[in-house]
Design a protein around this ligand. Structure first.
Ligand code: NAD
Length: 277
């Protein structure tokens, strides 16, 4: 079984550097997909209230028989739940659906600057953390300005910032600012959602050299950069392929070739303006 290394977060909690994402997996398919991932050796699962599959994810966790302290479960607070009291209630709902007593990581999904509420929301996450119901708290889709405001107005530094990050959107500035504050950068859509990116001849050539697929090359690149990654697939062979990335090492020229793929191509919404509730 693949040996996934741990990253130590700024509060001392250890998080597997590679996990399994379940965005767009319907609730009734989530249990099977998460079950396959757990069998393949994944121990970190990334869900969110808005994915509407916390229940199926929780069922797979319960059915796995794996000790709770060997698992790392992340969920996220949706945009409509910003604000102190609403955030506390949203967390209770998520925990109930997951069927857990605590999550390992609770994230603010998007800053939604137009609501001007993420500071209050963060204070609710601080309370959840103080109560031991989330072992760590963090943010997602926060740009440096949003982070700087949290750091100035609240007490706890987020353990990580989960942002869109793949070879076509390498997020150099965010990674630098995060690192300066001892905040881990976690990559969402790490494979660039598959299509397009994984057809790159550059990745094919590097993969050919190492006897690996383009997806494995991209995941290896993230790991060597120090990112936490959460690739998604519902195809069992790909679920296994995506965790089998610890038996090879990219060389400097491989890393340079991938660095040159950065085109600033954003696949998801812009965190400055995204306010979908
Ligand atoms: P991804 O980059 O992980 O790509 C997933 C797609 O790539 C799959 O649907 C499949 O089509 C393809 N794929 C997967 N493995 C492959 C392989 N081995 N070979 C060929 N193709 C393969 O994209 P994602 O699902 O958008 O992101 C991953 C996770 O990140 C999500 O499941 C979710 O947990 C998280 N996420 C978070 C946010 C956020 O706002 N915080 C937004 C999007 C996603």
């Amino acid at each position: 079984m693949s040996k996934v290394p741990f990253i130590t977060l700024n509060n001392g909690v250890r998080m597997p550097q590679l996990g399994f994402g379940v965005f767009q997996v319907p609730d009734d398919e989530a249990a099977a997909a998460v079950g396959t991932a757990l069998e393949a050796g994944y121990r970190s699962i990334d869900t969110a209230a808005v994915y509407e599959n916390e229940k199926g994810t929780g069922q797979a966790i319960a059915a796995s028989g794996i000790a709770r302290d060997e698992l790392f479960v992340t969920t996220k607070l949706w945009n409509s739940e910003h604000g102190y009291d609403t955030a506390l209630r949203a967390f209770d709902t998520s925990l109930g659906k997951l069927g857990l007593d605590y999550v390992d990581l609770y994230l603010i999904h998007w800053p939604v600057p137009s609501r001007d509420a993420y500071v209050d929301t963060w204070k609710a996450l601080e309370k959840i953390y103080a109560d031991g119901r989330a072992k760590a708290i963090g943010v997602s889709n926060f740009h440096p300005a949003h982070l700087e405001r949290l750091l100035a107005e609240t007490s706890i530094v987020p353990v990580l910032d989960q942002v869109e990050l793949h070879p076509q959107l390498q997020q150099a500035e965010i990674r630098t600012v995060n690192a300066r504050h001892n905040i881990v950068t976690e990559a969402w859509s790490p494979l660039g959602q598959g299509k397009g990116l994984l057809d790159s001849p550059v990745l094919a050539a590097i993969g050919h050299k190492h006897g690996r697929t383009p997806a494995q090359v991209v995941l290896r690149w993230h790991l060597q950069l120090g990112n936490v990654v959460i690739p998604k697939s519902v195809t069992p062979s790909r679920i296994r392929e995506n965790i089998d990335v610890f038996g090879f090492e990219l060389e400097d020229d491989d890393l340079a070739a991938i660095a040159a793929l950065d085109s600033g191509n954003r696949l998801g919404p812009d965190p400055e303006t995204f306010d979908m509730a």
